[in-house]
Design a protein around this ligand. Structure first.
Ligand code: ADP
Ligand code: MG
Length: 238
């Protein structure tokens, strides 16, 4: 588990600036949600934290370490995308264990880690199935399982539930809340869904055109929106 700090972070694509000087500290074990309308820079910021997008200016700290120039593999973070890329020809067990097998861990260690992930995520009943025989929610859980086994210092989620139907979204939202309680990991979660943000977050970061419009607890944002943009986005009757 680690804190993550962004110091005056900027992102330029050519001469277009999409992240405009973001300062933010995400505390150890905190569940922070990035919200904002489509195109405001949520995914870009998350991808910069993951190291999948270069940081044009500023600094990204993971714990006490300057990670700005580190490749994704060195950062120790788990990224869970909306499109859960599972290996279709592998069982759930092998999908979850794959990162450890690739890393060359002994089989006994892999089994122990995979069983632990299965327990936390309630995957036990379908460990021998292929992804095609799972529901959307189950597949999402397998994808999360695959990231848990590496003991990431933080989890990064980019709209992980947006491919699911409404009922499953509610169920998975609950699962993710439980996962946070169980693992007590730092989690950064991107969504454009206000309800998801309000129910899951310790703190919400509202992004507007690549800048932070406001950071606060769901309650703070609801009761004291910093401006009309936040008020409208959070849905406060102001
Ligand atoms: P969000 O996730 O909030 O919808 P994004 O972070 O995907 O927003 O995008 C923020 C802005 O950056 C958008 O205007 C988008 O078009 C632009 N953008 C994202 N990726 C690239 C890229 N690889 N090249 C150029 N522009 C990009
Ligand atoms: Mg996005």
């Amino acid at each position: 588990m680690s804190s993550i700090t962004l110091n005056s972070v900027e992102k330029w694509f050519g001469n277009v600036q999409v992240i405009k000087g973001v300062d933010l500290t995400i505390n150890e074990g905190e569940f922070v949600i990035f919200v904002g309308p489509s195109g405001c820079g949520k995914s870009t910021l998350l991808r910069m934290i993951a190291g999948l997008e270069e940081t044009s200016r500023g600094q990204i700290m993971i714990g006490e370490r300057d990670a700005t120039a580190e490749p994704p593999s060195k950062r120790g973070l788990a990224m869970v995308f909306q499109s859960y890329a599972l290996y279709p020809h592998m069982s759930v067990r092998d999908n979850v264990g794959f990162p450890l097998k690739s890393a060359g861990l002994p089989k006994a260690d892999i089994d122990a880690k995979v069983n632990e992930a299965a327990r936390v995520l309630k995957l036990d009943d379908y460990m021998d199935r292929r992804p095609k025989d799972l529901s959307g929610g189950q597949r999402q859980r397998v994808a999360i399982g695959r990231s848990i086994v590496r003991d990431p210092t933080a989890f990064l989620f980019d709209e992980p539930l947006s491919n699911l139907d409404a009922a499953l979204r509610v169920e998975m939202r609950y699962e993710i809340a439980k996962l946070h309680q169980t693992l007590k990991s730092t989690m950064i979660y991107v969504t454009h869904d206000q309800v998801e943000a309000m129910t899951l977050a310790d703190r919400i970061v509202v992004l507007e055109f690549g800048r932070i419009a406001q950071v606060g607890s769901p309650r703070e944002l609801y009761e004291k929106p910093a401006n009309l943009f936040v008020a409208q986005f959070i849905g406060s009757p102001r």
